[in-house]
Ligand binder design. Structure first.
Ligand code: TRP
Length: 443
């Protein structure tokens, strides 16, 4: 048997996992979910969910991947027998579902980047809407989607070290630096405080009980951490035994949350200083592609430079995420059918392209696929992982953390949360989210 590949260094793994986590979900998702009315309640719930339920689940995914040294498809079966094979399939189908429309969003990002670089920013909202209309329909959207998939495939086919690790190692630090520069710049705008206040600090107690805010917070926490559907299983299967997983998980979650906040500190001031609040409220992802370029368009050359940098960094962030979405089916096919990496990449990429066509052609369809695959299914996956490692194979969890010498109180804390806190809290989030989703569809 061939030796399984391993990450070259500790930072290689952390940056790749953080690269998967940090993506369009932080840059667009955080902004539009935060602007849907939840304000500070959304933010607090989101942070609480990350700390209380997501961290233990993140460690679980890592334990499962490293403990079995297998892809997401095979890992549950290896750990607990063939009656868990359905969970493996869930972990393959869900990334395919997300990857299919993720490439469409990447295509829009690429188009907007190229347009800001070579042409001009829109002069007003109407112009921006026309532009967004042109990139989100017809053949141009399919082209953007295809190019993004091919770029993703080229990284993944270069392998774990040569492709994924190398891409993340330069991509993540660059995008972090750019984000800090842009957040500092945004702090100098006239609408800055207004922006922070309206979207991030507006405290309204009733929002804590609003089902849509709860669904937004759960979805954002799981989506943004790439959690619940085997991404971290796949990445951790290339880890050696020495790493202390709780530490790695904390590093990934901290980078991811910091990026979400930084992105909010860029988008909200821009939107507020140019009186674009109406454009963004009650929005979908698409509206951000309209309001941001319009806001920046009023700032002349500076605005254009900022737009080019922001969309470039968004694209880098998106690639380091989409490679993780592709790696899950690729590693699963390699494991299960002993396919070569290039064959698995070719088949999975073709599948992603075909599955993404309906999302490319209909914004409404894209929104629905996102709510199912990028929302409730992730939360369900997170619930199953907590049950699986907390109750079905709890010894695996203990032994793994003990063998890598993780701190005893950290281990006790994680174990307790995983068994007693994560399952009921996630189940609650799941039920509220499903009901809220059906209500939003029927209204
Ligand atoms: N977390 C990424 C983002 O924020 C997207 C992503 C990559 C993802 N892999 C995932 C989301 C797995 C859910 C599950 O954009």
């Amino acid at each position: 048997m061939e030796m399984r590949e391993q990450w070259r260094s500790r930072w290689g793994f952390v940056l790749a996992a953080a690269g998967s986590a940090v993506g369009l979900g932080n840059l667009w998702g955080f902004a539009y979910r935060a602007s849907e009315g939840g304000g500070a309640a959304f933010l607090l719930l989101y942070i609480l969910i990350v700390l209380v339920v997501c961290l233990p689940v993140l460690v679980s995914e890592m334990v499962l991947g490293r403990g079995t040294s297998s892809s997401a498809l095979v890992a549950p079966v290896k750990a607990a027998g063939s009656k868990w094979s359905w969970m493996g399939w869930l972990f393959v189908i869900a990334p395919l579902g997300i990857g299919s429309y993720y490439a469409v969003l990447m295509g829009w990002t690429l188009d907007t980047f190229l347009h800001s670089l070579f042409f001009a920013l829109p002069a007003n909202t109407a112009e921006a809407e026309t532009f967004f209309g042109s990139i989100s329909t017809g053949s141009s959207v399919l082209l953007g989607q295809l190019i993004s998939l091919l770029l993703t495939a080229s990284v993944v086919s270069a392998g774990v070290r040569g492709g994924i690790e190398r891409m993340s190692k330069w991509g993540v630090p660059i995008l972090f630096t750019l984000l800090i520069v842009l957040a500092l710049w945004a702090a100098t705008l006239t609408g800055t405080w207004e922006g922070y206040r309206t979207f991030l600090f507006k405290i309204d107690i009733s929002e804590f009980f609003n089902p849509s805010t709860i669904r937004n917070a759960f979805t954002q926490a799981f989506f943004s951490l790439s959690l619940g559907i085997g991404i971290m299983i796949a990445y951790s299967s290339y880890l050696d035994r020495k790493k202390q997983l709780p530490k790695e998980a904390l590093a990934v979650a901290s980078i991811d949350t910091a990026v979400g906040l930084l992105a909010g500190m860029i988008t909200f001031p821009i939107v507020m200083s140019f009186g674009l609040k109406e454009v963004i409220t009650g929005s979908t992802v698409g509206t951000l592609f309209i309001s941001l370029p319009t806001g920046l368009g009023t700032l002349g050359l500076t605005g254009r430079i900022v737009a080019v940098l922001f969309f470039a960094l968004a694209y880098i962030a998106a690639i380091t995420s989409s490679i993780s979405l592709l790696e899950v089916p690729v590693s699963s096919l390699m494991d299960k059918f002993a396919w070569s990496r290039s064959k698995a990449v070719f088949v999975s990429t073709s599948l992603l392209f075909i599955l993404g066509i309906p999302s490319a052609l209909s914004l409404d369809f894209l929104g629905k696929v996102d709510s199912i695959f990028g929302g409730v299914l992730l939360i369900f996956g997170g619930f199953m992982l907590a049950i699986f490692l907390g109750w079905v194979v709890p010894r695996k969890f203990d032994e793994d953390l003990a063998s890598s010498n993780s701190n005893l109180s950290v281990r006790r804390y994680l174990k307790f949360m995983l068994r007693w806190v994560s399952p009921p809290v996630i189940a609650f989030g799941l039920i509220v989210s499903v009901i809220d989703l059906f209500q939003s569809w029927s209204s």
